[in-house]
Write a new protein. Sequence first.
Length: 264
Amino acid sequence: MIKLIASDIDGTLVKDGTLAIDREYMEVIGRLIDKGIMFVACSGRQYRSERKLFAPVADRLFYITDGGTVVRTPKEILKVDTMPDEIWKGMLSMVHESLPSCDYYIATPDRGFAEDGGSRMFHWLRDSYGYDIQEISDPRILEDQQIIKFSVYHPNACEELCAPVFTPAWKDKVTLVSAGKEWMDATLQGSGKGPALDFLQKYLGIAPDETCAFGDNINDIEMLREAGYSYAVSNSRPEVQAAAKNTCPPYWENGVLQILKTFL
């Protein structure tokens, strides 16, 4: 019997970087919660963005945010993974020196920071995702704050641009995952959606075979493996479909919604 459902958002429920979701999701999720099935939004998104997307049921959900670095309820943070200052500052220097065509984003549990408030990335995160994001001229002033994620951004080739220098330099020091063509996300080593879902399962006393998960990208694979029932949407990368036990129709056909209805 399913007791917990975890779903990625971008590319799984909605088109990347939008807040446009079929409102029937809210009705179905509400009915699932009424039946005692818990729902967790599990995304690289900021908490504020996740709440906006699920506004009608936002106070009834659990949240895994920022690529698995934060696990929370609407009232409290249950778990947070922070990176040492020397790690994210080293990545910042490398982007400046070796990836001039890329931008970057620095996340804390409740707010994000970027260097250029006029950039394409800044406006996309603020205006499309609905982030609380602040322009900051010198990111070094964030030292000693809870930095949970450092993301490299490029509009269409982030993974390829990071491959020669950034990825080899940091892959053994942090958890490094591609989150779509635009993002390379770096978090504390051992962090991610899979460990976050494992933590939430133990916190709630729910077994993997009582869990269903949905995803579409590389950063969803560990989460899918933590669930006894797992679905990759058919628009997902081949590696994700290979990791999931099942596939469902793509986000533009509301594939996840079709599966959720079967649990009613």
